[in-house]
Design a protein around this ligand. Sequence first.
Ligand SMILES: NC(=O)c1ccc[n+]([C@@H]2O[C@H](COP(=O)([O-])OP(=O)(O)OC[C@H]3O[C@@H](n4cnc5c(N)ncnc54)[C@H](O)[C@@H]3O)[C@@H](O)[C@H]2O)c1
Length: 288
Amino acid sequence: MNIENITTVGVCGAGSMGAGIVQTAAQAGFQVKVVDVSEVVWARALKTITTSLERMLKKEKISEADMAAALARISFSTDVATLAGVPFIFEAVFESAEVKKELFGKLDAVCGDDVIYATNTSSLAITEMAALVKRPANFIGMHFFNPVPMMKLVEIIPGMQTVQATTDLALAMAEKIGKTSITCKDTPGFVVNRLLVPYMLDAVRLLEEGVASAADIDTAMKLGCGMPMGPLELQDYAGTDIGYHVGNIFYDYMKDARFAPPGLLRNMIKAGYLGRKTGKGFYDYSDK
Ligand SMILES: NC(=O)c1ccc[n+]([C@@H]2O[C@H](COP(=O)([O-])OP(=O)(O)OC[C@H]3O[C@@H](n4cnc5c(N)ncnc54)[C@H](O)[C@@H]3O)[C@@H](O)[C@H]2O)c1
């Protein structure tokens, strides 16, 4: 299969990442067939996409015609069977091996032999997931970053059985949708999270040891290293439970103490201090 022959892509899951992938692929000129579990979820995703396009329109990055054309290329269904015949499918459903396994079973039952599956998983092993499908040679990781329309990077992760033609197609797809890709081995965290997770956990350790205050740790990394957000602010923004969960998964896999979430973070999760979404994390947001 050749990238020039692909006019339609599928996207399973229209949450934070899926909605971003849908928008990006539609803006790149693909017909995009989306599948999620309910119309309610889709209404929310479509609102996110429309708001994001409107923002681009306001900044004169796109025209009204571009926006209308992108939206017209998107269609939605709750039925996986609508993806029969689609040659390239992005998977961005919940980060659960069980949910993904069930979905790939359904996709395998309707999709053709040549279909490429590109999973956006952050923490599951690509080779293990590829083992769930009929054609692991056509299975690959394409790890996007949030928010997808803004973030330029895609990590491309071939599994043990992925053939070069699949990797080449994933690289071509990333380029066609305007992303810069890097390729890496199927190891926990790939490149970005392998470096980012221990860094964020180390910031919690500094706080736990009383080396500096949360505000001073964040200021140090912003003004000393040019980071747009400090490591503790970033965890509050993403949800402190995310780093905790991902750190535990990586630790279980690698038994490397750098990935073990510190006690302070564990206690924060137990206390419900999950960051912005609960009004309290490393900082207090109760008045916002
Ligand atoms: N959030 C991030 O910053 C981020 C970054 C990179 C990668 N990822 C990965 O992307 C994937 C999705 O993450 P997210 O943050 O968008 O999650 P999310 O919870 O925002 O969205 C998941 C979506 O999947 C849908 N879904 C669940 N089961 C489904 C099924 N059987 N069929 C179709 N849709 C189904 C849900 O209804 C929901 O809309 C995960 O694998 C995650 O690891 C997330």
